[in-house]
Design a protein around this ligand. Sequence first.
Ligand code: J9D
Length: 287
Amino acid sequence: QFHMIKYNDLKWDESLGQGSFTRIFKGYKIDIRDGEKHMTEVLLKELDAVHKNCWESLFEAASLMSQISHKHLLLVYGVSVHGVKNIMVQEFVKHGALDLYLKRGRSVSVSWKLDVAKQLASALNFLEEKNIVHGNICAKNLLLAREGDPSQGTSPFIKLSDPGISVAMLGKDVVLDRIPWVAPELLEAPDDLTLECDKWSFGATVWEIFNNGNSPLRGWNLDEKRQFYEGFQQLPPSQWTELADLISQCMDYQAAVRPSCRSIIRQLNSLITSDYVILHATEPVTQ
Ligand SMILES: N#Cc1ccc(Nc2nc(N)cc(-n3cnc(CCO)c3)n2)cc1
């Protein structure tokens, strides 16, 4: 269920860093269309040969996403296998990962952040309607296709990336390090990935977006992170109580009571940005 791309039709450009077990590069895919040679900008996601046994998981996750298409889901062109190398070929998203974009100190407005949260909620709603679990919702996996410019009145546009290797395939420490994005119930049963897990991660991701890309529990070690869940703790609440309420509803330790995507979208749409902008221009990050 994947388009196989010939290795020789790919050209590597600069390295863009790495995800977990993967290295990412900017690159080009060569297509011959009506006798003409076209070079398409792509993102090449190389899986370390060491983790070959995970590549099924990586490709399964991505092929799940490529079987459906939605404006806020990343487009995967296909895969290329070359010796021990497995490469996923994705559309190149202009501004890269949202967490880095926010960390770079781009000052974005509250309505910009709300817009991004609504787009993520609509992508999740689409997956929920198809009963597809993503399993790795976080700002690092949100890609910014359009910055949006308030002076031009254009809004941002995000694409949800593939989830990468399933949390069920990852070691315990990697799962612990994904606290507070990974749903608490997955610590004991990493195979029980459900739609409710994505709601929990959505809450942590909205928290990131409204805290300018600061990682929640940044600098905490694995024991402290484990205790965060064992003590049923919550992330520091936003000053904006309606937003804090939505985040804590999503990050409810009881999976069954987390809100549906429709409820999340309804609550996001009812958040009035006017007074918030006046009252709380910036969010004090209290750790
Ligand atoms: N400077 C810069 C810059 C960097 C990257 C892109 N574009 C792009 N396109 C994609 N399809 C995926 C990613 N990507 C980024 N980090 C991950 C790993 C975590 O998911 C994936 N980046 C654009 C500009």
